[in-house]
Structures are given as structure tokens and as C-alpha cells.
Design a protein around this ligand. Structure first.
Ligand code: GLU
Length: 538
């Protein structure tokens, strides 16, 4: 895809309420297209909200001829879950969201796994200490807990900030030699960011507009931990800068971190290369109350993960969209519309069409309610539009599992007859099982209503017609039977419903003459005879 016209890009890059800053984003618009990243932490399976974040980044990059990067943020060793990274890669692949750069593609800023970039974070943390933007803090977790308890007892909340930092055990309150001595003695320490006092910080978010924060309300966040690992904030900012990210598009849960991130860019002297930010709305539960969480899925009866996930520590299995029978295109389509709209009534888009239509301007501020019925509706649309050969070959597997064999031509006819009644290929069996096996029972209510004394006699006449007919196809069958009934003054329903009962066992199913044709003369007649026999006995 090539970059769209610069005029349109400019609009995209300076949506309403967003001031153009002379930074990286506005410059690269015309040059190389935007550089965006999806930066998941491999702490478990990817939630559908995470897939949507990846998708919006991907669509934005494709629309503007830019680069979509996958970076793995795996610095939190405690929360690391084996298999999660592979799961993320496989999920994106299934959705058709292939990274241009990063993992697994590689690229000019390798490595793209944070655990392989550790030296960089340490160096950067030390740089901030040297320039006075960060400091070394020796307070132990126990001391901090104690302070927290004291504050809470008085009804307050403890925050490590400008009000207390000078009275705690850190390199601001201790002399340089004391600090050095403690470091040399191996006393554990963290590096904290020194939030500037009382500054009115105005930040522009592409989705949210202007956000204003007074820096005195912020705490001195830890940038580097006592175990030698960077925190998310330090590693994330370092990498976004080093990887020349122009736009940070991520979930709303990161909005509270934005002031700290902006201050970090300033402290490093990187403000001219600061990306633009777009925080995406939350995905809400079907009730509209609260965030759709990882635990909701199977509890509420629909998957919250793209692919099935097995938790190896508990053996618990969570369902996935892929295994539930969703087409990847349908899944991507429904996700795209959860938090964004194209500005028209149109709902069906392929991933390429989405990337043409997508714009951050049309991302909503308010949360997007997840509607499981609508999700199924999307899949139904894709099932209807799918090549019937593909539907039939997916259905062939189910038919084989049930122990039947049928030629592909017949399966195609069956699928095209019943797919309008199914959301998933898997549901086709429920609608079409009678093509493979005779009814085991007959819908009693319908029998009582429609099976009259004269029914067996009428059916015998139908059998005769079927036996005599030279052309055994739906159209000739329909003409012949309907013509006969009309001539004889017999009501259509008095015959058609009992025949349907005999062939299907109930009142559902596609066009009756299509069923009669597909079952074939012999089987149709046998089923009608069987019904005459069995229903008599009811
Ligand atoms: N590693 C963070 C996450 O798991 C990335 C957040 C961001 O995009 O800045 O969501």
C-alpha cells in the first residue's frame, strides 16, 4: 500500500483538538509514513481488546503506508507465562495482522524483545540520575508499607512524591558520599523519577483531546527496580524513542501513565521526537457495565480470546474464536467496529477495506459494548459470502466425524440450502443432519396438528406420483405434485407438512422439493412409508 495524499495525512495527524507539535509524528507523515507498534507483555493469552489494539495499529500503518512493529515487553519476570509470546504471534497471524518489523520479522532496531535490551535501560536510568531527573532510593518495601499503613490510618493515601521525598532514604536526602557508600555496600536500591513540582502539563491525545494534569499530583514512579530490571515506563519510553515510533496507539488503561511518559521524554531531551498518543476506549461487558475482563468469556458464554488457550498450571481451557468456528475475516471485522465507525452505515469490510477506511478521527471516546449476538451475526454474513466449495469442505470434516461419506457436489448443495440458517459451519449439521440419517422421532405437536386420518392415503398418492415421475428434480417434482393436488382439490399444507415430517422429522428445513430431490427417489419413498407405519403407532 502506498501513502495516501499528504493533505489527508495532515488531517489525520492533527485531528480536532490536537495541536500539531513539531515532533516526529508530523515530520514523518510525508517522509516514510508512520511507525507504530503493538507492545504486548507475554503474561498470558491475548485478550480481544489486545487484538483490537494490534488491529488499529496495523490499519493505521497500512492506511498511511507506514510500518507496523511487534515488540515484546517481557521485563516482568514474575508475570512471564511460557507460550504466551507464541500465542500472540499465532493470534495475529490468524487475523492476518502480519508485523512489518519486530518479532518475528526482525528489522533495523533489533532486538525487539525487551529482555534482550537490558543494558540500554540501565544506561538510560543512570543518565537520568546524572542529570538530576531521577534519584536513587534505598527505602525497603517494609519501610514503605509502614508509611502506607500510617497514612491510611489517618484516612490518607501514601504517595512517594515531592511532599515526602526529602525526608526518605534516598540520594536527595543523603549526602553524595553516604549514597555512594550504601551502593558500594550492596544495599538494595531502586531508581525513581523525580517529578517536577507544580507544573500544569497539557497533553494532547488524538482520541481524548487535551488532557491537563498538575504534576504535583503525580508520584515519583520507580524506573528501575532493585532486582536490576527496568519498569514498564522506562523500557517502553526508551524503546518507543529508539524505534522511532511516531504514534502510540494503545488501550485506555495506559492513559494515567501518559503524563509520566511525556515528562520522561522531556527529561531525556527527546521531546522533539515524542510520538503522538491515541488511547483507545475500553471494551465493555454485554451489559455495558464494566470492562470486559479475561475471566468474563466462558462465564458469559462467548470467547474473549482469539485462539483457545490452555493454562498449563491449572489445566483450565478457555475458548477461542478460531476454535468456535469464526472466520478470521469476521473476527477482524467485528473487532474493528468495536470503538471505531466508518461514518456510514456499512458494516462489512475486509481487512484491506478496513485499512482504507480507517482513521483515528473516528475512534470513539466512550467504551464499546461487546454484543455476542452481533458477533455471531458477523460470522453469518461471512458464512453467506464464503465460497460454497470452502464451506462444503469444512462441513465434509464434520460429516466424516459423524461417520458419513458423501460426495462434494452433494455437500455443496446441502450447504447452499441450509447455510442461511447457521452462524457457523458447525451449525450446518444441526440444520442438515436429516440428509444423512433418517428421523428417529417425529415432532409430536406437529403430528397431532397435521397428521389426519386421511393423511396415509394422501401420502400413498404422493408415493405413486414420485414413482411415476420420469424427471426426478425439484422443479419437475414441484410442478407435478402441486399440479396434482390442485386438480384434486387437496390443500397443499395437508400433504406438504406430513411429507416434511416424514423426511425431516419436524417442521424445519429448506425447500421441501429440494430435500426430495437430494434424498433421491428410493430414500424419499422409504421414509414416507416408514412414517406411515410409525406414526400410526403413536
Ligand atoms: N506492555 C504494555 C501492555 O502490555 C504496553 C502498553 C503500551 O502500548 O504502551 O499493554
Amino acid at each position: 500500500m502506498t501513502a495516501s495524499n499528504p493533505q489527508q495525512d495532515r488531517k489525520e495527524f492533527s485531528p480536532k483538538g490536537t495541536k500539531i507539535v513539531p515532533g516526529r509524528a508530523s515530520e514523518t507523515v510525508i517522509k516514510g509514513g508512520p511507525r507504530v507498534r503493538f507492545a504486548p507483555s507475554p503474561t498470558g493469552p491475548l485478550h480481544i481488546g489486545g487484538v483490537r489494539t494490534a488491529l488499529y495499529n496495523y490499519l493505521f500503518a497500512k492506511k498511511h503506508g507506514g510500518t507496523f512493529i511487534l515488540r515484546v515487553e517481557d521485563t516482568d519476570q514474575q508475570r512471564y507465562v511460557p507460550g504466551a509470546e507464541e500465542y500472540i504471534i499465532e493470534s495475529l497471524k490468524w487475523c492476518g495482522i502480519e508485523p512489518d518489523e519486530g518479532i518475528p520479522a526482525g528489522g533495523p532496531h533489533a532486538p525487539y524483545r525487551q529482555s534482550e535490551r537490558m543494558d540500554l535501560y540501565r544506561e538510560n536510568a543512570m543518565k537520568l540520575v546524572e542529570t538530576g531527573h531521577a534519584y536513587i532510593a534505598f527505602d525497603t518495601p517494609e519501610e514503605l508499607d509502614e508509611l502506607r499503613r500510617e497514612k491510611e490510618a489517618g484516612g490518607g493515601v501514601f504517595q512517594y512524591d515531592h511532599t515526602v521525598r526529602n525526608s526518605l532514604r534516598n540520594s536527595l536526602s543523603l549526602s553524595a558520599s553516604e549514597t555512594e557508600k550504601m551502593k558500594n555496600e550492596g544495599v538494595p536500591y531502586v531508581i525513581r523519577f523525580r517529578i517536577p513540582d507544580n507544573r500544569e502539563l497539557k497533553i494532547n491525545d488524538i482520541v481524548r483531546g487535551e488532557v491537563t494534569v498538575n504534576t504535583s499530583t503525580l508520584d515519583d514512579k520507580v524506573l528501575f527496580k532493585a532486582d536490576g530490571m527496568p519498569t514498564y515506563h522506562l523500557a517502553n519510553i526508551t524503546d518507543d524513542y529508539m524505534m522511532e515510533i511516531t504514534h502510540v496507539i494503545r488501550g485506555e488503561e495506559w492513559l494515567p501513565s501518559l503524563p509520566l511518559h511525556v515528562l520522561l521524554y522531556e527529561a531525556f531531551g527527546w521531546q522533539d521526537n515524542m510520538p503522538l498518543f491515541a488511547h483507545l476506549p475500553l471494551l465493555l461487558k454485554p451489559s455495558g457495565q464494566g470492562k470486559l475482563s479475561k475471566r468474563d468469556g466462558d462465564k458469559l458464554g462467548f470467547p474473549v480470546f482469539p485462539l483457545q488457550w490452555e493454562d498449563h498450571s491449572t489445566g483450565e481451557i478457555s475458548s477461542g474464536y478460531r476454535e468456535s468456528g469464526y472466520f478470521p475475516g469476521a473476527f477482524v471485522n467485528l473487532l474493528a467496529l468495536l470503538g471505531w465507525n466508518p461514518g456510514t452505515e456499512r458494516e462489512i469490510f475486509s481487512i484491506n477495506e478496513l485499512s482504507e477506511a480507517f482513521s483515528l478521527d473516528r475512534v470513539h471516546k466512550s467504551g464499546a459494548r461487546f454484543d455476542p449476538d452481533k458477533a455471531k451475526w458477523f460470522n453469518h454474513q461471512y458464512l453467506m459470502a464464503a465460497d460454497i466449495k470452502d464451506v462444503a469442505s469444512a462441513f465434509a470434516e464434520i460429516v466424516a466425524e459423524k461417520g458419513f461419506q458423501t460426495d462434494m457436489g452433494k455437500l455443496e448443495v446441502i450447504c447452499s440450502l441450509v447455510r442461511e440458517r447457521a452462524h457457523f459451519v458447525g451449525e450446518i449439521w444441526d440444520q442438515a443432519s436429516f440428509f444423512f440419517e433418517r428421523p428417529r422421532s417425529y415432532d409430536e405437536k406437529l403430528v397431532r396438528k397435521k397428521w389426519k386420518e386421511e393423511t396415509p392415503g394422501l401420502l400413498e398418492r404422493v408415493i405413486k406420483l414420485l414413482e411415476e415421475l420420469p424427471e426426478y428434480d425439484a422443479e419437475s417434482l414441484s410442478d407435478k405434485v402441486k399440479g396434482y393436488l390442485e386438480k384434486e382439490g387437496i390443500g397443499l399444507g395437508n400433504v406438504m407438512i406430513p411429507v416434511r415430517l416424514a423426511l425431516v422429522g419436524e417442521g424445519k428445513g429448506p425447500d421441501l422439493f429440494a430435500i426430495i430431490e437430494l434424498l433421491g427417489r428410493k430414500e424419499t419413498i422409504e421414509r414416507i412409508r416408514l412414517a406411515i407405519e410409525k406414526i400410526k403407532a403413536i
